[in-house]
Design a protein around this ligand. Structure first.
Ligand SMILES: O=C1C[C@@H](O)[C@H](O)[C@@H](O)C1=O
Length: 308
């Protein structure tokens, strides 16, 4: 794996906690739900004490990299980078131009992470086609090409296994790790809903984890998705993703494992939600507050992390 240093190197966990617009229902999927105004989302992130944020869907923070940078600066939020669904399995499609445009925004804002998802080419995450051997070979080759290209421009690219994309399950994640040098974004929620074990995958490959999305999960609802009884979108609507500490992911073990292995990247609080109308009261920020409180309560204090 190509090496690029994290901007967060040597900072304690509480300075590496970031937000993401999806926790406010802001999503790249057309028709997902009410999309809140960026001024509200960023203002609430700042008021919650978050250090940084991911960008959210294309255009959410502005169309020009310089406008995005200025907006984040106004809210005193560092830029983490963000989620980039891109088709990686099609031999006729070159993903580098999309990645390059994204890296331009990273460089303009001081962000360091390109979080790739292996898009199917269709909208949404409710179904996906099976990938044949040629598709896998193209996807793996593209991951290595993008990883090296991103490093040459000074940022880290990683793959986010995600429900409804070409890399969803624990087995598919292992295939990527075994056959490409790309870094991994462990998303505790998506790996679990994909049938994988996020803590076990992290413990088996700690050196590959360069970015982390933390969400908790109601396992019973995840099992309904795995059994085909609920689509991903229906399960999100039904509250499958929970604030940290209120579901079935062992978030404390996850953070302990990462810190013990010297993880220096961001912990992005990401609870996928949908809004079906203007939020009442505190709105989605209240769940983000619960996640922050839980995370800071379980994060090991810098000097007391046991060596594994
Ligand atoms: O990392 C992510 C980015 C989101 O916008 C995406 O929709 C969500 O599912 C996710 O986990």
């Amino acid at each position: 794996m190509t090496s690029v240093t994290h901007a967060t190197s040597h900072l304690p966990v509480h300075r590496r906690v970031a937000g993401a617009p999806i926790s406010w229902g802001v999503c790249e999927v057309p028709g997902w739900g009410l999309q809140l105004d960026p001024e509200r989302v960023l203002g609430e992130m700042r008021d919650l004490g978050l250090a940084a944020t991911e960008f959210g869907p294309a255009g959410f923070l502005g169309d020009e990299p310089s406008a995005t940078a200025a907006r984040l600066e106004r809210f005193d939020l560092q830029a983490v980078g963000g989620f980039l669904p891109v088709v990686l399995h099609d031999p006729e499609h070159d993903p580098i131009p999309e990645v390059d445009a994204f890296i331009d925004t990273c460089l303009a804002t001081g962000a360091g992470v390109v979080v790739l998802a292996a898009a199917t080419g269709a909208d949404g995450y409710d179904e996906r086609p099976a990938l044949d051997d040629e598709g896998w070979a193209t996807l793996l080759g593209n991951l290595d090409r993008i990883g090296e290209h991103a490093a040459s421009r000074g940022v880290i690219a990683c793959l986010h296994p995600h429900v409804g994309t070409m890399v969803e399950t624990g087995q598919e994640t292992e295939r990527v790790l075994g056959s490409s040098a790309i870094g991994l974004c462990v998303d505790t929620g998506h790996l679990l809903v994909g049938g994988g074990d996020p803590v076990a995958i992290t413990a088996a490959h700690p050196e590959r984890v360069v970015h982390v999305h933390l969400k908790d999960v109601d396992r019973a609802k995840a099992e309904q998705v795995i059994a085909g009884e609920l689509t991903f979108g229906e399960a999100v609507d039904a509250g499958m993703f929970r604030p940290l500490g209120h579901g079935d992911v062992d978030v404390a073990a996850m953070v302990r494992t990462l810190e013990a292995h010297g993880y220096q990247g961001w912990y992005v609080l990401e609870q996928d939600v949908k809004l079906h109308g203007a939020p009442e009261g505190e709105g989605p920020g209240s769940d983000v507050r619960r996640s922050i409180d839980y995370l800071l309560g379980v994060a090991p204090v810098a000097d007391s992390v046991p060596a594994l």
